[in-house]
Design a protein around this ligand. Sequence first.
Ligand code: KIV
Length: 269
Amino acid sequence: MPKTKKLTVPDFKSRKLSREKLVMVTCYDSSFARVLEESTVDLLLVGDSAAMTMHGHDSTIQADVEMIAIHTMAVARAAPNKFLVADLPFLAIRKGMLAGMEAIERLVKAGAHAVKIEGIRGNAELVRHVTESGIPVMGHLGLTPQFVNAFGGMKVQAKSAEEQDRLLADALEFERLGAFSLVLECVPADIAKKIAAALAIPVIGIGAGVDVDGQVLVLQDLLGFNPGFKPKFLRQYLNGYEQFIGAFDRFGADVRAGTYPSKEESYQG
Ligand code: KIV
């Protein structure tokens, strides 16, 4: 029996009004989706971070629509009671309206209830068309990893007053065009607080301080599978890397010692 009721789009505004924080975790496969399905996490994101966490690339730029669709199908099958957001990967919506709508159709038919879009500048017409087509859009601003080359690396964004004004304007524009929520990544906590206060839709932060309407973390980071990755905002809830190595080593030791499998673990004729 799932611990939480499946969210719907109207719930997002109610959750903001009732000040009940939203909890989002990335997920890419059915094993973890099955676990998350039984947790109190509110919603799952098939992020384009799949290119890094699942495929070993060094940025999200290598993700494409087919990659996100395959991971979305796996998660949707195993977590039918979670609201599921799929990322529109690098350039998927920058090759014209038709190509963009085909990418979105692929992800929604794969099982996504909403799509996440990095950046609003140059995407406004498409975002309006998508929301008016009945497809919920989650905006993503601040450190948008698909812009890593333009930013000159993965750096905290919106430090100057001018950049903060621009960020607030972009956030308001996402809301005006019908987005139902917004991710704010790696921005100073005071501007994140100001944006969350200015918007009627919930702001979900990652490296954006506590005064927003919810938080998201990448599953592998949260579970400590990425020992070298220690940004300021990250809290690890498990030392997954060492615990999993320990389990594999214990299996190896049992096999080598001839103590696995036991008689009870063997079929008898
Ligand atoms: O792809 C992703 O994992 C993301 C989250 C960090 C918000 O976009």
